[in-house]
Design a binder for this molecule. Structure first.
Ligand SMILES: *Cc1c(COP(=O)(O)O)cnc(C)c1O
Length: 376
């Protein structure tokens, strides 16, 4: 059996090595390292794949979120509603821009922001909502968009973990996550479902004016070289990364299917166990399984994590500390929040290895070890 990893990037690379190596060499030969043709091609391909009118590549997912917030003309102190149960980047950029993050609960079944909690947190200063499609399934976007419309709020989707996920509206219309809100953001960090071999990110919008603004901000606030209209930043996707992503984008649906197959194996192995809740998938979304995350009941989660490590099975806690309990947010009143559902999840979640290269032997070994510990 091959060693088990949370994400097996090496094995995945082996399958596409000739194509990737050729693409890298062609970039090296061209020396067009910045904004080369593969970058523009990738934006077009990703636009076609996602159905988003505009795709603006940038340097990473955190920048994508930051640039999205910068493009909306928000003022210091404006409130942005976001889940506490997420990766730090989502909430960090809000604070970085001197906006006020307002942390709300997630639904304990879907791990995604609760529309009811959003509604309760709205004040006259609220300007935007940042839902996160956590672990690879969509937040309840129809409900979120209804709230946003009612209160005239922007919606920035953090789609770093769910690229390729489909959301189905109650009228049957399907859209890709990241293309529903005002702006969508994603990351091509190597371990993400569409990962490059370094850092990368992209911003999605269907709004022509906003697309211009986003492009300008990502490029030092200029439309015409050396004429700077607004304070921006420097955030580019490398040509090398774009060349790799052009190859991997063609495989994305296949990669998603491989993750779903591994998840189905786990689901079956843990089905009906009184101490294990397998991922719940809401009726309005599919799940692209960036993570496969269990909720444990009456199990010493940290001991299980240790036991698995001793048997060469990696497992991770995403995330051990929610945003409202991070020291970073003390000055933003983090400590004053009461988010019992978030705390409850934080203590009980554990993520198992999930990637495109897991085979039956590895899955059997992982599930055996999990069950051996929990049933002992
Ligand atoms: C990975 C991730 C990001 C940030 O992406 P980077 O490319 O690492 O900057 C933001 N939000 C979520 C939910 C993520 O998982």
């Amino acid at each position: 059996m091959r060693p088990i990893q949370m994400v097996d990037l090496k094995q995945q690379y082996e399958h596409i090595k000739p194509e990737v190596d050729a693409a890298i060499h062609s970039v090296l030969d061209s020396c067009a390292f910045i904004n080369g043709k593969p970058v523009q091609d990738f934006a077009k391909h990703l636009s076609a794949y996602s159905g988003s009118k505009h795709v603006i590549p940038c340097a990473n997912g955190t920048d994508a979120l930051q640039i999205a917030l910068m493009a909306l003309g928000l003022q210091p102190g404006d409130e942005v509603i976001t889940p506490s149960f997420t990766y730090i980047a989502t909430t960090e950029v809000i604070a970085l821009l001197r906006l006020k993050p307002v942390f709300v609960e997630v639904d304990t079944q879907t791990f995604c922001i609760s529309p009811e909690a959003i509604e309760k947190a709205i004040t006259p200063k609220t300007r935007a909502i940042v839902p996160v499609h956590l672990y690879g399934q969509s937040a309840n976007m129809e409900a979120i968009m209804q709230i946003a419309e009612k209160h005239n709020l922007y919606v920035i989707e953090d789609n770093a973990q769910a690229i390729g996920c489909n959301y189905t509206f109650s009228n049957g219309i399907k859209k890709k996550t990241g293309t529903i809100g005002t702006i969508g953001c994603t990351s091509f960090f190597p371990s993400k479902n569409l990962g490059c071999y370094g850092d990368g990110g992209a911003i999605f919008t269907n709004d022509d004016q906003l697309a211009e603004q986003l492009k300008m901000i990502a490029n030092h606030g200029q439309k015409i070289k050396y004429y700077h209209e607004v304070v921006g930043c420097n955030s580019r996707l490398d040509t090398l990364q774009a060349a790799i992503l052009n190859i991997k984008l063609k495989k994305l649906d296949e990669y998603i299917a491989a993750r779903q197959k591994a998840a189905a194996y786990y689901d079956k192995a843990f089905a009906g166990h009184s101490k294990i809740s397998t991922p719940f998938v809401a009726s309005y979304t599919n799940h692209v399984f960036h993570q496969y995350t269990l909720i444990l009941d009456n199990v010493n989660r940290d001991e299980l994590n240790k036991y698995l490590a001793e048997h060469q099975v990696p497992s991770m806690i995403y995330y051990p500390v929610p945003a409202h309990r991070q020291k970073m947010f003390e000055a933003f009143g983090g400590g004053a929040y009461q988010l019992p559902q978030t705390d409850w999840l934080t203590e009980r979640v554990i993520s198992l290895p999930i990637h495109t290269e897991l085979d039956q032997d590895q899955l059997a070994f992982i599930t055996q070890k999990v069950l051996a510990y929990i049933n002992k």
